[in-house]
Design a protein around this ligand. Structure first.
Ligand code: HSE
Length: 316
C-alpha cells in the first residue's frame, strides 16, 4: 500500500454482528440461523502502532485486550491476506452474545473483525461475500456459524473443492426461537472430541431425511419442525458432557416442542411454529427444571453483519 492509500488516522467503522445457532438438530456443521442478539463494535485508526481493545458487556475483564484478541486477530488475518500493513487500531467492543454457550460468540468475533477490515479497506480492496466466508471459515474451522452471522436468515453452508459456500434462505414468518441459556459453559473442542469417527449407515440416512425435511419445515411448513429436528449424528454422543441440556431437551420434546442443542451447547434452542410455543416452552422450563436457565426470546435476524464506514475527510 502506498502512502497515498494509507487509511487516514481517525477513520472508523461501526460493525454489528448477530448471534447464531448452528446444527438446528440434524444439520450438523451445515445449517445455521441468525438471531436478534448482537455484538457491536467501533474500530478507529489511531496515530500509534499496535491494536488496543476495550470490551464492555460479555467478556469484559476476561478476553484479551491486545493483538491476541479474536476480533483483532481476525482484522489482522484480512490485512495479511492482502499483504497490507495493519494500521494502529483502537477496537471498542460492546458484547451481548454469551460466551461458550452455543450461540456463535467466536464466529461473531471473527465476523466482527473481518467486517471491520472490509470497512477499513473500502476503496483499497474489495472484499466480496465469497471472500468474507472464506476468510471467516479459515479462522473458525467450519462455516455453519459464520455463514448466518455474515449473511443473516437461515443458511445452508458446505465446503466444496473451491472452499466454503453458502445458500441463504428466508425462514417462514411463523418460525420463532427461544434459547435457554445455562450458567455453565461448554467447550466446542470438547464437544467435537466426543464425536465418533464414523456412524452407522442407517443413522446417516436418518439425518439426511431430517435435514432435508428441516429446510422445508423452516421455509414452508413449520408444523413439521418436531419431526424435522430429530438427530442421530451429534447430540446423543455429547449428552454425557451436558446432562442438564439433554434432560431439558427430552422434557420439551416430550411436550411436543422442537428442542435441540444450540450449536455445540450447552444452550437449548426451541424452534416454534408460532410465537405461542415460546411461551409454552418458557413455562415448562420454569415449572420442570431444577437448574437455572435464562430464556432469550429471539427473532430471526434477516440482515446479517453490517458495517458503516465513517471517513475523516469524506474520501473513503
Ligand atoms: N457445528 C458445530 C458443532 C457448531 O456442533 O461442533 C459449534 O461451533
Amino acid at each position: 500500500m502506498t502512502a497515498e492509500r494509507a487509511i487516514p488516522v481517525g477513520t472508523s467503522v461501526s460493525v454489528k454482528v448477530p448471534a447464531t445457532t448452528a446444527n438446528l438438530g440434524p444439520g450438523f456443521d451445515t445449517l445455521g440461523l441468525a438471531l436478534s442478539l448482537y455484538d457491536e463494535l467501533e474500530v478507529t485508526v489511531r496515530d500509534a502502532p499496535g491494536i488496543r481493545v476495550m470490551v464492555s458487556g460479555v467478556g469484559e475483564g476476561e478476553v484479551p485486550t491486545d493483538e491476541s484478541n479474536l476480533v483483532a486477530r481476525s482484522v489482522i488475518h484480512v490485512f495479511d491476506h492482502f499483504g497490507i500493513p495493519v494500521p494502529g487500531l483502537e477496537i471498542s467492543a460492546h458484547n451481548s452474545i454469551p460466551h461458550g454457550r452455543g450461540l456463535g460468540s467466536s464466529g461473531a468475533a471473527i465476523v466482527a473483525g473481518i467486517m471491520s477490515a472490509k470497512g477499513l479497506l473500502t476503496g483499497i480492496v474489495d472484499v466480496d461475500s465469497t471472500m468474507l466466508l472464506e476468510l471467516a471459515t479459515e479462522l473458525e474451522g467450519h462455516p455453519d456459524n459464520v455463514a448466518p452471522a455474515l449473511f443473516g436468515g437461515l443458511t445452508i453452508a458446505w465446503v466444496g473443492d473451491g472452499g466454503p459456500k453458502h445458500k441463504r434462505l428466508i425462514a417462514h414468518r411463523g418460525v420463532s426461537a427461544v434459547v435457554f441459556v445455562p450458567e455453565t459453559e461448554m467447550s466446542t473442542a470438547l464437544a467435537r472430541s466426543l464425536q465418533p469417527a464414523s456412524v452407522p449407515h442407517e443413522d446417516a440416512i436418518f439425518n439426511v431425511s431430517r435435514s432435508a425435511l428441516l429446510v422445508a419445515a423452516l421455509v414452508q411448513s413449520p408444523e413439521l419442525l418436531l419431526a424435522a429436528t430429530e438427530d442421530r449424528l451429534h447430540q446423543s454422543y455429547r449428552a454425557s458432557a451436558m446432562p442438564h441440556t439433554d434432560e431439558l431437551i427430552h422434557m420439551l420434546r416430550d411436550n411436543g416442542l422442537a428442542a435441540v442443542v444450540s450449536g455445540a451447547g450447552p444452550s437449548v434452542l426451541v424452534l416454534g411454529s408460532d410465537p405461542s410455543q415460546r411461551l409454552k416452552a418458557a413455562e415448562l422450563v420454569a415449572k420442570n427444571s431444577s437448574t437455572a436457565w435464562q430464556a432469550l426470546m429471539l427473532a430471526v435476524d434477516f440482515k446479517g453483519a453490517t458495517v458503516i464506514v465513517h471517513p475523516v475527510d469524506g474520501s473513503v
